[in-house]
Design a protein around this ligand. Sequence first.
Ligand SMILES: Cc1cc2nc3c(=O)[nH]c(=O)nc-3n(C[C@H](O)[C@H](O)[C@H](O)COP(=O)(O)O)c2cc1C
Length: 304
Amino acid sequence: MRIQFAGIELANPVIAASGTFGYGVEFEEIVDLEKIGGFVTKGISREPMAGNESPRIIETASGMMNAIGLQNVGIKAFLEKKLPALRRYPKCAVIVNVFGGQVTDYLEVIRQLNDAEGIAAYELNASCPNTDHGGMAFGTDPATLDELVFRSKQLATRPVIVKLSPNVTSIPTMARCAEKAGADALSLVNTFVSLAIDIETRRPRIANVTAGLSGPAIKPIALRMVWEAAKSVKIPILGMGGIVTPEDAVEYLIAGATAVQVGTATYADPRAVERIARGLEQWCTRHHIEKVKALTGSVETTRK
Ligand SMILES: Cc1cc2nc3c(=O)[nH]c(=O)nc-3n(C[C@H](O)[C@H](O)[C@H](O)COP(=O)(O)O)c2cc1C
């Protein structure tokens, strides 16, 4: 199940998604961190952030809406209080999700991360829909995405994965833009901008008014976007959106992803990432697939 992903070695291709797995350490008692491919930290900014007002998370018919607003401890506390504990799990890849309001904010976080040990890669959040400075502006405009990725790559001493927004007209355009600017890999998708209204009060159910939709509801759209991106670029793709079962992960790999991330499923089952990693291995054994990478992009779309 071991794979190479953008120069990183992963024990298996199943990774916990940003914002749904804390800073990893919170899960060490529940999940065997060395049985998962790795995890992406909550988005880290230059300064600590308190996030949005409550209510900021609600359940939907088949997923959830959140407008956490990128609450996080900030880069200094992450390096001092969270990262050292993770060095106990050398086989678990730690990918740090980075965001900021300006390109220079991203660069400052990357500069500080460069000096730290025990990090496999950086994931640039160019796509959070829930704050004014969550990066979605970077992910929806090719010129700003180009500048963010190019300058981050110049500075970064580790692979740079760019997390794209699904809230765009053309995924191939943004995917090619990130690749051309030097991205080592792409993550997609982040959450979809959405709205829920309490019909009694006629008020939005989320204090921020709009929120990001995730979970099984988005899977067919996200899968289509991963497939489109995979056809447009040569760099590897981390696919995500509504993965709950090992078979969902297989579907993403066949669509063109090299590895996958699991987010919302962790809320219903805190061991979801480990369960899906184990189930994927069993699925491959049952189907006589020796190397999981053989699945990547194996979708057959020509007419019979
Ligand atoms: C509560 C919550 C918080 C999130 N926070 C972040 C974040 O800080 N940075 C980021 O890039 N994505 C964040 N995401 C998006 C997820 O990483 C993932 O892209 C998205 O939820 C789709 O996957 P899923 O359907 O498996 O959850 C968050 C998602 C949720 C549900």
